[in-house]
Every structure is written in C-alpha cells, then in structure tokens.
Design a protein around this ligand. Structure first.
Ligand SMILES: Nc1ncnc2c1ncn2[C@@H]1O[C@H](COP(=O)(O)OP(=O)(O)O)[C@@H](O)[C@H]1O
Ligand SMILES: [Mg+2]
Length: 225
C-alpha cells in the first residue's frame, strides 16, 4: 500500500519530509499452524536489528510466540522493540522506527486478516513441502494473489532441502500461481535452539550457522529490494 494510505489507516498526519522515514512493514502469514511463521518473523527482526535498523516485532497471535520470545531476549543483544497490538488494534509505531515485522496466528481470516494486510508492504508465506500444507495454503495464496498491487507476496520453502524433488514441486506450484519462491530453509535444530534463547541466526558465531545464513540471502534481497 502507499505510504499515504498507511498514514490514513493509522490516522496520522505527517509533514511531507517525514515521508522518507516511513518504514516497511513485513507481514509473515500462513493460515496453517506450525509452518514456521514465528521462526521466520523472529529471525527476520533479528536480521534487521543486526543491520542497525530500528526494529519492531509485533505479534497478533493470542499465543504470543514472538512476544514471549522477545522476553527471552538478552538486553546485551541488538534490540528489538515490542510492537504493541491489543484486541486487533495495531498501534502507531514510535518515531524513529525503521523496520517492522508482524507475526500472525494460524487461522487468521476475515476482518482481522484485512486489518493486518492493510498495513503490509510485503507478505512472506512460509510453506512446507507436503501436500497437506500446500492444500491448506492454496486458498490463502490465491487470495493474496488477487490483492496483488497492494503489497508484494513471496513464499519461503520451510524445512525443505532445496535439492529435492519436493523443493522442485513446491517451486512449480508456487510459480504456477504467479508468485515467487524466495528460497528454502533447511530443517535444522539450530532454529529450535536459537528460539529457546531469544536469539536469531545473527546473534551467534557465524561459523555455527553459516549454512543457514547463506539460505537467507535471496529472501533478504527481496525484503530489502
Ligand atoms: N527450519 C526449521 N527447522 C527445524 N525446525 C523448525 C524450522 N522452522 C520451524 N521449526 C520448528 O517448528 C515449530 C513450529 O514453528 P513456528 O515458527 O512456531 O510455526 P508457526 O508460528 O507457523 O506456528 C517450532 O518448534 C519451530 O522451532
Ligand atoms: Mg507462531
């Protein structure tokens, strides 16, 4: 959506020279649970803050996974601020915020989904390569596709080995919907362990997570592009 439209949504009236300061909002969404939304959202926020961006992470999930994760995060690490969202009301971010990531719950639909999508600049849909996951996400991807123009949409293969038949099939399917695949993240305990400590790929020794960081390259290029 346009910067000005977003101002309208948040009821802001900013001077024109504030325009450059408006931050991109990256929404992570998939109506299915357990597909890696919170893993993706937290690591993406971790990347932004590692880059020195003034980063906020919001969570419209009642389970508040990202929110709980933030509470585990040590103050000695690059900071990520909690973006307050209560009762579906998305608060205006504080001045100086440059990058915003929004984690969303499974089953998000209807008015609540629309509210979130209204402020999205880019939507990333993590998708696992099983038939069940693809079927459960089909309708959602089609809906996002119809809204194209309001925001950009990309799919991230989650827990997929990029050199398998499953990755090929996922790419074929996603491309047939006219959407890009932004890469594949492998299945690794690294994500599970990092999450348990409130950390991300960018908070630990690069040698430990080299292979994983490499897999984020394309996604990051798309997000920053
Ligand atoms: N690439 C991955 N490799 C291994 N485990 C993963 C990966 N991505 C997510 N997980 C694990 O899968 C579970 C569900 O992921 P989560 O991010 O909470 O999904 P969602 O937010 O969509 O419900 C979590 O235990 C998480 O640690
Ligand atoms: Mg989650």
């Amino acid at each position: 959506m346009s910067v000005w439209h977003r101002h309208y949504v948040w009821g802001l009236s900013l001077k024109s020279n504030d325009r450059e300061n408006i931050m991109p909002v990256i929404v992570v969404a998939n109506p299915k649970g357990g597909v890696g939304k919170s893993t993706l959202a937290t690591n993406l926020a971790g990347y932004f803050t590692f880059q020195g961006y003034n980063t906020m992470l919001g969570d419209v999930d009642v389970q508040q996974s990202s929110r709980s994760w933030l509470q585990l995060r040590s103050q000695s690490l690059p900071p990520i601020s909690a973006w307050e969202i209560a009762d579906g009301h998305i608060a205006k971010p504080p001045k100086g915020t440059t990058h915003m990531v929004l984690d969303t719950p499974a089953g998000l639909h209807g008015g609540r989904l629309e509210k979130v999508m209204k402020i999205a600049d880019k939507v990333i849909v993590p998708l696992q390569a099983s038939m069940f996951d693809i079927l459960a996400t089909q309708e959602f991807l089609q809906k996002l596709k119809e809204e194209k123009g309001k925001y950009q949409v990309g799919v991230l293969g989650m827990r997929v080995n990029s050199r398998t038949r499953a990755a090929e099939q996922l790419t074929h399917y996603v491309n047939s919907l006219g959407l890009p695949v932004l890469g594949f993240l492998r299945d690794t305990q690294n994500y599970v362990q990092l999450a348990a400590h409130g950390t991300t790929l960018w908070d630990v020794a690069p040698s430990r997570v080299e292979r994983d960081i490499e897999q984020w390259r394309e996604l990051i290029g798309w997000v920053e592009g």
